[in-house]
Design a protein. Structure first.
Length: 381
């Protein structure tokens, strides 16, 4: 067995907001050396103690420059495996996989067609219907289509208006009824492609996966219990556990997709018909990645092992409660009080920040500086 042999990893998109947690997961493995490439020379990830070497370049949102930077860095540092974190870079690596794989191993990634379907809510909804996977009623939002008014007249409201591509709840609007939708159309020009999806009364439940050729290699299932002030954003507190029903639904999707790589699947329990329905597939790393780590599944590390064709031991999911951000601080202060504690073991995001504090300190210093500069700018006006 070669799982403990030393190897090196290149994260080619260190500017991604998810990259720091990917790095922190890899950093828990002392035999792994991580190089980070970033289009932002001031990225907070460069201050992490787990970053062996930081390399930056001028991106200017140019795919060709990003690809050339990846090629140059791979030739220079000679990593054993390349691990892209976010959508744009995964897409670039996928499109150039044949050439890049001659220089280094690459973590498991889906086929480009599968990746594009998963990443586009409109294409995904069509795929779910074709493959008879339970999902909410969904239509592609095209105002100028001849059949638009007819489709809206028979649509089940309330509904959510969602950008076809996007993440973190960005751009999602809750639409109460048909009139509210038409009022929204009048109020502002909608330039992006959207879907209209019937709102499900129930609760969210998600599943994170690592797969190869339609087979699940590792997974965690989670349900939120603490949410922030902004609607449709990720949960600040999650419970991680095993659930046969959710696992079997996800396994069916993975098999029919013949999925390879990581993904975070959003599902929602429909209280009206007592059924779990698939909402979205995010084919990238997710914001609660450290929660998966606390449950015993180190997804970035396992992805690297799979890319290197090394043995992957079964990662047993440990039931755990994970709390991050300000919610973690509130929860920790409550724990001081003499209250009945939950049986579920609680883990906090501060555990990882205290081990690797500089990126988080720099992040908040930058945020505060930006706030002060904005206030100064307003006062000068």
């Amino acid at each position: 067995m070669r799982t403990k042999e030393r190897f090196s990893v290149l994260i080619p998109d260190g500017e991604s907001g998810h990259a720091i947690n990917v790095l922190r997961c890899l950093g828990q493995m002392k035999h792994v050396r991580v190089f980070v490439l970033s289009s932002d020379p001031k990225s907070i990830i460069r201050f992490s103690k787990y970053c062996y070497k930081f390399i930056s370049y001028a991106d200017e949102k140019c795919k060709e420059k990003r690809l050339n930077a990846i090629y140059d860095t791979v030739k220079k540092v000679k990593p054993d495996v390349i691990l892209p974190v976010d959508i744009n870079t995964i897409s670039i690596v996928l499109s150039n996989k044949e050439t890049l794989s001659k220089l280094a191993s690459i973590v498991p990634l889906p086929c480009l067609d599968e990746f594009q379907i998963a990443n586009d809510k409109g294409l995904l909804s069509e795929w779910l219907i074709r493959n008879q996977i339970p999902c909410p009623p969904t239509i592609l939002f095209k105002v100028n289509d001849a059949g638009f008014d007819e489709a809206i007249s028979s649509f089940l409201f309330p509904a959510l208006l969602k950008p076809c591509t996007g993440f973190g709840g960005e751009g999602i609007e809750f639409i109460e009824d048909q009139n509210a939708l038409y009022n929204l159309i009048k109020e502002r020009a909608i330039s992006r492609e959207f879907i209209l999806q019937s709102f499900i009364n129930g609760y969210d439940i998600d599943c994170s996966i690592l797969c190869e050729n339609g087979k699940i290699l590792a997974y965690t299932i989670q349900k939120g219990f603490v949410y922030g002030n902004i609607r449709f954003r990720r949960a600040a507190g999650i419970d991680l556990f095993h659930d046969d029903k959710i696992y079997n639904i996800v396994r069916e999707v993975v098999e029919k997709f013949n999925w390879t790589g990581i993904a975070h699947i959003d599902l929602r329990y429909d209280a009206q018909d007592d059924q779990v329905k698939l909402i979205e597939i995010n084919p990238r790393y997710w914001a609660t990645l450290m929660g998966s780590f606390c449950a015993g599944v180190n997804f970035p590390y396992l992805a690297c092992l799979s890319g290197l064709k090394r043995d992957i031991l079964n990662s047993e999911v440990k039931p755990v409660r994970y709390i991050q951000g300000r919610a973690a601080l509130k929860s920790m202060t409550k724990m001081i009080l003499p209250r009945k504690r939950k049986k579920l073991k609680i883990q906090y995001s501060f555990k990882f920040i205290l081990k690797d504090p500089l990126p988080t300190i720099i992040f908040y210093l930058k945020a505060e500086l930006s706030r002060v500069n904005k206030l100064v700018g307003i006062s000068k006006k």
